[in-house]
Design a protein. Structure first.
Length: 432
């Protein structure tokens, strides 16, 4: 891998060009010829025109690596929805989503389809690396049989596999993919070294070579389970302290003066990672005969926070003698986190639905979210611009930079309520 001849022979296909795949493809394209593959032809058209609607890769940065062919340029990125275009690659990196279904069971359908696609073009000597978050065993027990079936090749004889869990932090302009240490692994010792060297060539933060694919898979799924459990603890504290009329943030601030107190804060736990990944580990545990009480309890606590926040807003309105049924409420933000357009598994929707159950009319505004995507996923209408009329309550649901300096009182009717879900407003009378 360190050999110049070996480096020149590398051609990488990235399967799935979403929040994980595109930043990775852009990074590898600075050193290697890369073909980004996605089944969404509209997405491919946008990317080839130099535009990323997810905003994870700035347009000018994307345009710097785009090429029309590799004849004159030995590095660069071409995007395609044609499977034949990836047939000449020797590294295939799979970065498709791994969500849960309506019963919170792992949904590996995208992973199976991606494996079928790769299997259809796989050749002897190729390496397939998975980055999608899974429970331990998925790569070798679920994906490899699909690769073997569709390629007619034998695992660890004709082709090899690796696993390197994604560590993309959507919306983060500081901790970009190359600045986050990467865990790597391979199906044989030699493959593990090759996979590690490939990532080490572009990841400036370095790599950690795990002893097996299963260890690497497990390391990813516990990262977010750990955060989920810690957030669930402070969310439960928020519920307790609300009954005691104590400010949770002030309690945490005081407790945080001890050197080993962990700085977690209460909030909504959505997105594609923390709100989803723990179910993968819990399901695998159940499959092998262990019921994970702590992980699933944390999930229940965190999934209950949308209803809790709505209740707190209603209580605040009642205290101010505001009519609840028919009230007008402005929700600031619908994405799952600040300064990011990602609306996957956003728990703001839970708050909105709970408020509507009280007969409250909710207006949602978000300058980052795609209105069409929000309507498609949740059936909700949003505004990209701030409305001009006044409301009975304003809820800061997402701490987008555009919202932080607003005078929220200008959006309120007389005696209106401001509720701060994120705990970042200096003068909010009510906060989680």
């Amino acid at each position: 891998m360190e050999n110049a001849e070996n480096i020149q022979s590398i051609k990488i296909a990235i399967i799935g060009l979403g929040y994980v795949g595109l930043p990775l493809a852009r990074l590898f394209a600075t050193q290697y010829p890369v073909i980004g593959f996605d089944i969404d032809s509209k997405r491919i058209g946008e990317l080839n025109s130099g535009t990323d609607k997810t905003l994870e890769v700035e347009d000018h940065v994307l345009q710097q690596v785009l090429v029309s062919d590799f004849e004159t340029a030995k590095t660069g990125l071409i995007c395609s929805s044609n499977v034949e275009d990836i047939a000449g690659c020797n590294y295939y990196i799979v970065t498709v989503p791994t969500p849960v279904d309506k019963n919170n069971r792992p949904d590996l359908s995208a992973l199976y389809h991606a494996s079928e696609t790769v299997g259809s073009v796989l050749k002897k000597g190729d390496i397939v690396i998975y980055e999608s978050t899974v429970y331990p065993g998925v790569t070798e027990e679920e994906c490899v049989p699909v690769l073997e079936k569709f390629s007619g090749l034998k695992f660890n004889v004709d082709f090899f596999c690796g696993y390197s869990p994604e560590r993309i932090n959507p919306g983060d302009r500081e901790k970009t993919v190359e600045k986050i240490m990467k865990v790597t692994s391979g199906s044989t010792p030699e493959t593990a070294q090759e996979v590690d060297a490939l990532y080490r060539s572009v990841i400036t933060a370095g790599t950690h070579l795990a002893p097996s694919i299963k260890v690497a898979e497990a390391s990813k799924v516990i990262e977010n389970a750990q955060r989920d459990i810690n957030i669930a603890f402070v969310n439960e504290l928020a519920k307790i302290f609300a009954l005691m009329d104590l400010d949770t943030h002030e309690v945490l601030k005081a407790a945080g003066t001890k050197w080993n107190f962990l700085p977690f804060t209460p909030g909504l736990v959505g997105g594609h990672c923390i709100g989803v990944d723990p179910f993968y580990l819990a399901q695998k545990a159940q499959d092998i005969g262990y019921y994970s009480e702590l992980i699933l309890t944390a999930r229940r606590v965190n999934d209950s926070m949308g209803g809790f926040i709505a209740n707190q807003v209603v209580k605040a309105m009642i205290k101010k003698n505001l009519q609840v049924n028919g009230a007008e409420v402005l929700m600031l933000g619908i994405t799952f986190k600040e300064n990011c357009g990602d609306v996957r598994n956003t728990k703001i929707v839970d708050v909105v639905c709970a408020l509507k159950d009280y007969g409250i009319n909710v207006t949602i505004t978000d300058p980052w979210a795609d209105a069409g995507e929000v309507h498609h996923e949740y059936g909700l209408e949003i505004l990209r611009e701030l409305p001009e009329h006044r409301f009975d309550a304003v809820i800061l649901g997402v701490a987008h930079q555009e919202f932080l300096d607003l005078d929220l009182s200008s959006f309120l009717k007389e005696n209106g309520v401001v509720y701060d879900v994120k705990g970042v407003l200096k003068h909010a009378e009510y906060r989680l």
